[in-house]
Design a protein around this ligand. Structure first.
Ligand SMILES: Cc1cc2nc3c(=O)[nH]c(=O)nc-3n(C[C@H](O)[C@H](O)[C@H](O)COP(=O)(O)OP(=O)(O)OC[C@H]3O[C@@H](n4cnc5c(N)ncnc54)[C@H](O)[C@@H]3O)c2cc1C
Length: 497
């Protein structure tokens, strides 16, 4: 029997779902509220594609090794098409320090550690064209879903969707890929179905501006200064893109209200970039020109939806994927990989059993196994970053010995050992890129021994391994760009008093 699958949403998760489920066993129809991509290539998609359904479409994106390996291994023609349209593979070799290079010998795993970079519009354009060419897949753009049809039962079963004009479409399976703003959980709760969720703020606001290399210009050489970094009061990153484009993201803690207000002004944004030595050559007007305003995005949340609390499915025939099932802080660049992994876990569940309840349990078990460890690590890191950003505005506290040791172990041990030892870097990146459990590398005694050895040598002996400094502190940065450094300090201290 051919199964009829309706996918609500043609963003990352909807497209990965269509690609995973395509084939003779299913008819997959992907419904999206937005228009299809305009005719033309990546520049037309960036300039003209109207995507009210994806507010973050024009924010910086990079795509982790897990996503790239899924494309390479399951959809090699897609990877080929992406590269042909200018999407770039940044290989492991590009992350090596001078110290690593002294005795670097390529290993087979290095081929798995490459990432993809491009404007998100470029990746999505090529994925969309690839997905709609697959057998059994139909795209229905400009199709707004406004509800679900649900058959009563214990638990109830989703049997289809209702469109804006009242049309009902029937399905054997409905996949929710409507992204972070999906209303499906409200539709379900209207008939008494609760899908429990836990959510908390990521504590940051994202600001992105796009640039393009001028004709004949090349990207600055690597290693001239940090192109990504975490200063506590600000995180920053250059995202190399496709076809001579790149973007810069400045990520501001929510607690820094004055900085947040000022940074949307392109002049302030560029002025802040000029204070960061590694970014200066990227936004040098001789080399590059800005191609966009500053895009801002707040209300960033981590959220986990529980599909089968205590092993009991809340609803059958309904599978949330991507941001609908797990949403994470964009800073870690994992959302699109989560979308790709969840789509393939759904395929595994459908292939494992025809039983609707068992399918949901199978899917949920996969999500817990594959995504939970990263989710937990990211939330912990977010909480600590929120505390750190707030502490920067409060009178300095004398650190405890335990706190000092933990900070030193991370900054002078782990971070420095990774910059020295290629195998350690590989091991760390495997976790970072979701190719193994995020903490597995730190549990290996051999890795731990290397870190302790480097840490024990002390800062002076390791001086050459530290990355180039030169970024200003919070007060200097804000003064340099004409923003009061004191207003938020006074506000936060008054609140704390
Ligand atoms: C600022 C920012 C930066 C990010 N950077 C990265 C990064 O560098 N790397 C990374 O991997 N991830 C990143 N992410 C996360 C990543 O973008 C998301 O995880 C990813 O888009 C989730 O895919 P999705 O398909 O679930 O949702 P979306 O991509 O948001 O797609 C949802 C789709 O559903 C459609 N839709 C919604 N409602 C309806 C409806 N009622 N009817 C029909 N269609 C509907 C929308 O039009 C849209 O096409 C970032 C996120 C943000 C916010």
């Amino acid at each position: 029997m051919v199964e009829r699958v309706l996918v609500m949403g043609a963003g990352m998760a909807g497209l990965w779902t269509a690609m995973a489920l395509a084939g003779p066993d299913r008819e997959v129809t992907v419904l999206d509220r937005d228009p299809p991509p305009p005719a033309g290539g990546p520049d037309a998609a960036f300039d003209d594609w109207q995507r009210r359904g994806v507010g973050h479409l024009r924010h910086s994106h990079a795509f982790l090794a897990r996503l790239r390996t899924l494309a390479r291994d399951r959809h090699p023609a897609l990877l080929e098409a992406l590269l042909a349209e200018g999407v770039r593979e940044l290989g492991f070799e590009g992350s090596l320090t001078d110290k690593h290079k002294e005795n670097y010998v390529p290993a087979p795993i290095d081929r798995d550690l490459a990432i993809l970079t491009s404007r998100r519009t470029t990746l999505e354009l090529v994925m969309r064209r690839y997905a709609e060419g697959l057998p059994g897949v139909t795209m229905r753009p400009l199709t707004f879903v406004k509800g679900l049809t649900i058959a009563p039962g214990a638990p109830p079963t989703v049997t289809g969707v209702v469109l804006e004009d009242g049309t009902e479409l029937a399905a054997d399976l409905v996949v929710d890929a409507q992204g972070k703003g999906s209303l499906a959980y409200e539709w379900l709760s209207e008939i008494g179905v609760t899908v429990p969720e836990s959510a908390e703020s990521c504590g940051v606001i994202y600001f992105t501006r796009h640039y393009r290399l001028r004709p004949g210009q090349a990207e600055p050489a690597r290693g001239a200064g940090a192109t990504t970094g975490d200063l506590g009061y600000l995180k920053f990153g250059v995202f190399p893109g496709d076809n001579g484009c790149f973007s810069v993201t400045l990520c501001v803690p929510e607690v820094e209200e004055e900085m947040r207000k000022a940074i949307v002004d392109p002049e302030v944004f560029d002025a802040m970039c000029r204070e960061l030595p590694g970014l200066v050559p990227w936004i040098d007007p001789e080399r590059t020109e800005a191609t966009s305003r500053v895009f801002g995005m707040g209300q960033l949340e981590s959220r986990w939806r529980e599909l089968a609390a205590e092993g009991q499915p809340a609803v059958l025939g309904f599978f949330p994927v991507g941001d609908c099932v797990v949403r994470t802080n964009p800073l870690y660049g994992r959302g699109c990989s989560f979308a790709a992994v969840s789509a393939h876990l759904l395929l595994d569940a459908l292939q494992a059993t025809p039983d609707p309840a068992q399918r949901l349990i199978h899917y949920r078990t996969g999500i817990e196994r594959e995504l939970r460890p990263y989710y937990d690590v990211m939330r912990k890191a977010d909480r600590s970053a929120i505390r750190r950003a707030r502490a920067a505005l409060l009178p300095p506290k004398k650190p405890t010995l335990k706190g000092k040791l933990a900070k030193s172990f991370l900054e002078d041990g782990v971070a420095i050992a990774i910059r020295e030892d290629v195998d350690l870097l590989r091991s760390f990146l495997r976790g970072f890129h979701m190719l193994e459990h995020p903490q597995a590398w730190l549990k290996r005694p051999r890795n731990l021994a290397k870190i302790v050895r480097v840490w024990a040598r002390g800062k002076a002996a390791n001086a050459a391994l530290y990355p180039a400094q030169g970024a200003p502190g919070r007060t200097e940065m804000l003064q340099a760009v004409g923003v009061s450094p004191d207003a938020d300090v006074q506000r936060v201290r008054a609140q704390a008093a």
